[in-house]
Ligand binder design. Structure first.
Ligand code: ADP
Ligand code: MG
Length: 316
């Protein structure tokens, strides 16, 4: 209560209100500019652990060479599989699709996984892409044990760390190339202006600066696959996974897309290509051959690809 009390205090109250409003406009009264509603506290992404200094130094180094920056968390291999098994239950029967697969992929490698139909390539691709978990065995992606992650954490890993390229492109047909490329960033909550800038840069990277506003239906197969590659790259993944990326393309376009893959490899990206074509495996620095769910060859693509072609000839 003011000493004068009652109605006489009303003009004072009004004067105080006017002063408060004036002070809100005065930048010195920063408190007055505080939003009236406290913004919700955003939960920290459990995967966003700050890496140690040595890793940050590596990231800074990689930034100069990789597109557009590396999200690497560890200094070890990107992929580490140890005695991985995947069994499917079919009623009383169990189908063993992978029977003790072990290999590692180091940062910056370009590896082809080759094998005949039914050898376990798609199963392996699903595991590598965190779409599935091994029945037993260990899978570490960029130093993180994938086995123990919840479904939500696994989808977080997929979105943050893996770029997918599919044989059938898997683009949205009714929206522009740029909107297609922006999509993974929408799920990450990246601002509209930043999404646009990153998508533009990714499309420029794959040589499509002149096609950004075209829809996939107005593009050739090779251009569509470039859009899909830009979409896979836009989030700067630790790993680019391509499943038969040239399977729907003619041989000239296949060469163009493979040239782009080599360019991305030369820029420091880690790439795994799943293919049934020994000729494609031959073009990669390293190839891993699967047969009946086991690794039966792992070495220079030229040799493994040739071995694979020889087996196909004998069998076929
Ligand atoms: P690839 O991609 O090399 O053709 P897959 O990984 O698709 O090989 O399949 C490997 C083996 O696992 C095959 O024998 C296949 O029949 C079996 N398989 C794959 N997926 C399933 C599933 N969902 N349920 C049962 N068996 C499956
Ligand atoms: Mg398959």
């Amino acid at each position: 209560m003011s000493p004068s009390g009652g109605w006489t205090s009303l003009p004072r109250i009004l004067r105080k209100c006017a002063a408060a409003l004036r002070s809100r406009r005065n930048p010195r009264h920063a408190w007055a500019h505080k939003p009236l509603v406290t913004p919700p506290v955003v939960a920290r992404d459990p995967l966003e652990v700050r890496p140690p200094a040595v890793v940050l130094a590596r990231i800074a180094h990689a930034e100069r060479f990789c597109y557009p920056h590396s999200r690497r968390m560890s200094t070890g291999p990107i992929i580490e599989l140890v005695d991985v098994h995947r069994e499917y239950r079919m009623g009383a029967q169990t189908v063993a699709a992978l029977r003790g697969v072990s290999f590692a992929v180091q940062p910056g490698e370009l590896v082809a996984i080759v094998g005949k139909s039914g050898s376990g390539k798609s199963t392996l691709m699903s595991l590598l892409g965190c779409l599935d978990r091994p029945t037993r065995g260990l899978y570490r992606l960029d130093g993180r044990d994938v086995q123990g992650l919840s479904d939500d954490a696994l989808s977080g890993v997929r979105n943050q760390h893996i770029g997918f390229v599919f044989q059938s492109f898997q683009l949205l047909h009714r929206v522009s190339a740029r909107k297609n490329v922006e999509l993974p960033l929408v799920y990450r909550g990246v601002s509209r202006s930043q999404r646009r800038a990153l998508a533009t840069a990714a499309l420029e990277r794959v040589g499509l600066s002149h096609r950004m506003d075209h829809r996939p239906s107005q593009m050739s197969g090779g251009e569509r696959q470039r859009v899909a590659i830009a979409r896979a790259l836009v989030g700067a993944p630790s790993l680019l996974l391509a499943d038969e990326p040239t399977g729907n393309l003619d041989s000239t376009t296949e060469r163009e897309i493979m040239a782009l893959v080599y360019e991305l490899h030369a820029a420091g990206n880690t790439i795994v290509i799943v293919t049934h074509e020994p000729s494609l495996a031959r073009q990669c620095p390293r190839a891993i051959r699967l047969a009946d769910g086991r690794v039966v060859g792992d070495g220079p693509g030229r040799e493994v690809g040739a071995a694979s072609a020889a087996v196909e000839e004998v069998d076929g």
